[in-house]
Ligand binder design. Sequence first.
Ligand code: UD1
Ligand code: CA
Length: 498
Amino acid sequence: MTYTRPTAVIVLAAGEGTRMKSATPKVLHTIGGRSLVHHAIAAARGVDPVHLQVVVRHERDRVAAHIEACDPDCLIADQDEIKGTGRAVECGLAALPADLAGTVIVTYGDVPLLTSDTLRDLLRAHEASAVGVTVVTSRIADPTGYGRIVRDADGAVLRIVEQKDATDAERAITEVNSGIYAFDAALLRDALAGLGTNNSQGEKYLTDVVAVARARGRGAAAYVLADVWQTEGVNDKIQLAKLGAELNRRTVDAAMREGAIVRDPATTWIDATVSIGRDTVIHPNTQLRGATTIGADCEIGPDTTLTDMEVGDGATVCRTQGSLSVVGPGATVGPWAYLRPGTELGADGKIGTFVETKNANIGAGSKVPHLSYVGDATIGTGTNIGAASVFVNYDGVSKHRTTVGDHCRMGSDTMYVGPLTIGDGVYSGAGSVIRHDVPAGALTLSEAPQRIVEGWVEANRPDTESSRAAAAARTAAASGEAVASGRHTGDNGQETRR
Ligand code: UD1
Ligand code: CA
């Protein structure tokens, strides 16, 4: 069964949220990588309303700027100093066309688990019963604090009574108002215009529209939602964590349904915006955030946090922190790697242990296996960067780029002082400080000759363990015993070996 496109969704987000005890407005707090109000806006977008509007007041400019960034087509309406959910909707309607007809949905900016599917079900139920208002309700064990759904003997919805205005008998009702509704637009506008603030909180209650609809013979209905998580709001940081964990549980379940293998769902945190290919294994303590996409047959984690990353099929990423980077198919990263923005590792390449990269294009099959920093670099294909190497990209004022060609064998402990271009097929000696360009096929060396000063320890560090060991070795050598590591210096000062 289909439904008619709603004329508007109005998201209420004007409340203060004092129980959050936070400098950040409540609806800007995040779960699953998105603010609470962004979740509400995304759910509303899913039913394709003609107008999508958020009503704001508390921290108006911050909240409005955030909404603009999340969804530039979203309208912002301002609530005035009159309080209450009814007034919030009235202010919203005042900013929409006066001849608004059809169905208006109202939701809350602090109810993040509500789905577009539920809003679609609400629209279908509302249209099928042809009433003036349909309210989403749930039956919960402890209804304290919620508005109660008052029905007549036949089960028809009569009105909603707030906790603070309810009799003891009404407080015993366990069917509660979720705060999500579908209204006939004209009825909603007329009803709100006639409502006062004569209640225990001195507010204009949106809930009172239900009784008005009945009084005008338009009828009211309830859509009972079994999945109570979808109607739960965030009022404090305990609920923020609770709903965050539940949202994550749902997202991780969805990833497994799509074919991912998740070893430990409890310690795996996946944003709703992440995609994971089939048979990729996610190991414990892994967070996948933002616009991250992971291919098929990968091994990700343990202890890995990837934000806005693209990982190709069959790649391995272990104990790694990475953001805004690309890991090619079949490539290996970690353990203990840090991929900063702009890293691109080619197919079957390797970024190994204790390696940090940034703005680094490392070609297919190239390897940076150990203890290195690669910043502002382009490395060709099939090249090996020796252990403990640094791409010296910063002269204290500016950043400089280094380019290394294809199939190079670069020695360990090498400093690449940019700007620098190293050709294809180059070899370099260990401990080089490369300051000048190297042509293709060359060997580059820059180490100083090694000096040996015989007898220095006994002369300069007397009465030490080193000195005594040196003396013992000298005595043993003099008595003709073999000395495994004995060395002496030739006439030219170059090291020679006995
Ligand atoms: C409201 C309902 C109650 C329902 C409950 C569900 C009314 C009168 N009561 O309770 O029946 O069970 O939600 O959570 O509607 N807001 C504004 N402007 C305001 C006041 C609130 O925009 O002047 C927004 C808040 O930002 C929030 C939402 O409306 O997103 C609900 O406000 P809150 O104060 O939490 O709800 P209650 O009035 O306690
Ligand atoms: Ca609330």
